[in-house]
Write a protein that binds this ligand. Structure first.
Ligand SMILES: O=C(O)CCC(=O)C(=O)O
Ligand SMILES: [Fe+2]
Length: 296
């Protein structure tokens, strides 16, 4: 059917139209049904190599030691490498990727913001990252059917269970709660019965609803499992990383990065001081003038 300018779904009309044009309707159906989806080849091989190389350099500098992509044994378990966005101008390509951003926008609405951009850098050993929902940090049970937060994790190395793949519990976005301590395990006789590995090629993006239970399997082989985690939230949630007041001079290209500026909090309505809620009124005026919402 043709999507009209329906007054009952003013934002959703455009969002759905974008999803259809980008050929993502089956991803949207998977997100609705199972709480996660995979976009294959979301990144080119060149992008994968560039991002992986930069993350390794940044992580080595942070740790003060060398890392070995293929044969690592010293870096055990997962370490989170945070605040990557400004460390290489090209990381923004992952955030504004049209396909993944369209699905995130479906989950979180047009006013969503970037919460953090980091890497879960994983070496061999340990119990893995136990199952959890990202709907956390003060959001009480029962969770809502819509997402407050959503995740787009790019695989930068091939994912298999033994290599430390992302773990998912299909359909768990409808449990509307965190897993209990008996529902969190990934390994041995603590393994939760419904967990599955997301075995995908490097360059794939895994996108999930904030409620969905996920984690990542322990790596059983030498070497590193590398991801690029783009974590988003609705505008009323406190983002994990502070972008709003930290965007470096020259980072945003005039005329090209309007949506990115919004994702970094440029148009957040709250946090006013003496001038009062100006942005809120500006938004209302511009909406009344028919200007699409990520252009103001
Ligand atoms: O290490 C992983 O693959 C999972 C990370 C995770 O839980 C997340 O990005 O929310
Ligand atoms: Fe998570």
């Amino acid at each position: 059917m043709e999507i009209g300018k329906w007054s009952a779904t003013p934002d959703l009309n455009d969002i759905y139209r974008d999803i259809r044009e980008l050929g993502l309707e089956s991803n949207l159906a998977e997100l609705e049904a199972f709480g996660f989806t995979v976009v294959e080849d979301a990144l080119s091989d060149e992008q994968v190599q560039h991002f992986r190389g930069r993350i390794l350099e940044i992580a080595e500098e942070r740790k003060g030691s060398k890392l070995d992509l293929e044969n690592e044994t010293e870096h055990v378990e997962t370490e989170f490498i945070p605040f990557l966005l400004y460390k290489d101008k090209r990381f923004k390509e992952s955030v504004t990727n049209p396909k993944t951003l369209a699905l995130i926008t479906y989950l979180l609405g047009k006013h969503c913001i970037l919460s953090s951009l980091g890497c879960h850098l994983k070496g061999p050993g340990g119990k893995g990252l136990l199952l959890h929902s990202d709907t956390s940090n003060g959001i009480p049970d029962p969770f809502s059917p819509y997402s407050h937060v959503a995740n787009c994790n790019y695989a930068l190395t091939d994912y298999t269970e033994a290599n430390g793949a992302l773990a998912m519990v299909p359909g768990s976005h409808r449990h509307f709660r965190q897993p209990t301590q008996y529902e969190r395990g990934l390994d041995g006789n603590e393994r939760y019965e419904h967990v599955i590995p997301v075995e995908v090629k490097a360059g794939s993006a895994v996108i999930w609803h904030g409620n969905t239970w996920h984690g990542s399997f322990p790596r059983k082989n030498p070497g590193l499992r590398i991801n690029l985690s783009n974590y988003f939230c609705r505008e009323y949630i406190q983002p994990q990383e502070n972008y709003r007041y930290t965007v470096p001079e020259g980072f945003l290209e005039p005329g090209q990065d309007d949506r990115l500026a919004r994702l970094l909090g440029a148009d957040l309505a709250y946090g006013w001081t003496d001038e009062g809620p100006l942005k809120y009124f500006k938004r209302r005026e511009q909406a009344a003038a028919g200007i699409p919402s990520w252009q103001y």
